[in-house]
Ligand binder design. Structure first.
Ligand code: ASP
Length: 316
């Protein structure tokens, strides 16, 4: 049997142990473990890598602790606009959505774009119309409301600031309570196929229809059986300019680097030089995994068929 594995993240940024209560830490660890287990169960039953990453992401989107689906941040206009992408490394098929509203699980809509449209990337109202046509589950605005997110937004809505949910940016007091993060998953299945998925509410107080790296194929999300499946988290703009996820793949394909070496090069050298705070998770077609970040912390977890199970938040 081919070794199989799943890796997830729940966002990266200024996540400090001193800002965390034991209860909150426990809730995060549980949320991450639940998502890892959901994805792993799919792989264990012989399911595909794309179904495994989707299953893990749905659990994280439904969890208020993370900035995706239900726990998405508020935009400048005080609403939630969500982005998501999924890619299958077997045939390079991909689906993505940006700026969608009221969709309970944006990753399911992205998968629907991949499987049932002739397109890769849908945005805004058109993407919402497609969701309705395909029978994707919608929820009212109240479903996406959380007091914490609202307070976080209220504190900066009259400024031109926008913020990564885990980063202080002069908002120490506000962010002491920070709880959420973009979510991602990568997996290698029993057939040696790999897939990547990412889902996010983006950045608090974002405006002008701002879209980050998460739904952009090659930037925040990429999968290719020849190299790796990657999902990124962090300050989206530098990740876009670095074409970060695809750069890992290119370093592996053209320079013969290992997954770990290529991810380290992109996260700790290229992105760092561009003030690109954040991190990424990766898996290759042999089932090897890596989780690398240049920020204070990254919510993360992995499990594989060798019996390893790791959940982490800070630097070890
Ligand atoms: N990368 C995401 C964005 O820029 C944010 C995050 O990872 O938390 O939209």
């Amino acid at each position: 049997m081919h070794p199989y594995s799943i890796v997830i993240h729940g966002g990266a940024g200024t996540i400090l142990k001193e800002d965390m209560t034991p209860e909150l830490e426990k809730a995060y660890i549980q949320g991450l473990q639940d998502a890892v287990n959901a994805g792993f169960a799919v792989l264990e039953e012989g399911g595909s890598a794309t179904n495994a990453v989707k299953a893990a992401i749905v659990i994280l989107e439904d969890n208020l602790l993370f900035n995706a689906g239900r726990g998405s941040v508020f935009t400048k206009k005080g609403v939630q606009e969500m982005d998501a992408a999924i890619m299958d490394g077997k045939d390079l098929s991909a689906g993505a959505v940006a700026g969608v509203r009221n969709v309970r699980n944006p990753i399911e809509l992205a998968a629907e774009v991949m499987h049932s449209s002739n397109h890769v990337f849908l945005s805004g109202k058109g993407a919402n119309d497609f969701a309705i046509k395909q029978g994707i589950k919608l929820e009212p605005d109240e479903y996406f409301f959380s007091q914490f997110r609202y307070d976080q937004w209220k504190a900066i809505r009259d400024s031109d600031n926008y913020s990564l949910d885990h980063t202080h940016q002069n908002l120490e007091e506000l962010m002491r309570d920070k709880k959420f993060g973009t979510v991602g998953a990568v997996a290698c299945d029993q057939d040696g196929n790999i897939a990547a998925a990412t889902s996010t509410g983006g950045m608090t107080n974002k405006k002008y229809g701002r879209i980050g790296d998460s739904p952009l194929i090659g930037c925040g999300t990429y999968a290719n059986n020849k190299t790796a499946a990657i999902s990124c988290t962090g300050h989206g703009e530098p990740f876009i300019r670095a074409v970060a996820a695809h750069d890992v793949s290119a370093l592996m394909e053209y320079k013969g680097m290992s997954l770990q070496e290529a991810m380290n090069e992109v996260v700790n050298h290229k992105l760092l030089k561009m003030d690109g705070e954040g991190g990424m998770i990766g898996v290759d077609a042999k089932g090897n995994t890596a989780m690398i970040f240049n920020s204070a912390g990254m919510y993360r977890g992995m499990r594989n068929s060798h019996g390893e199970n790791v959940i982490g938040i800070y630097h070890d």
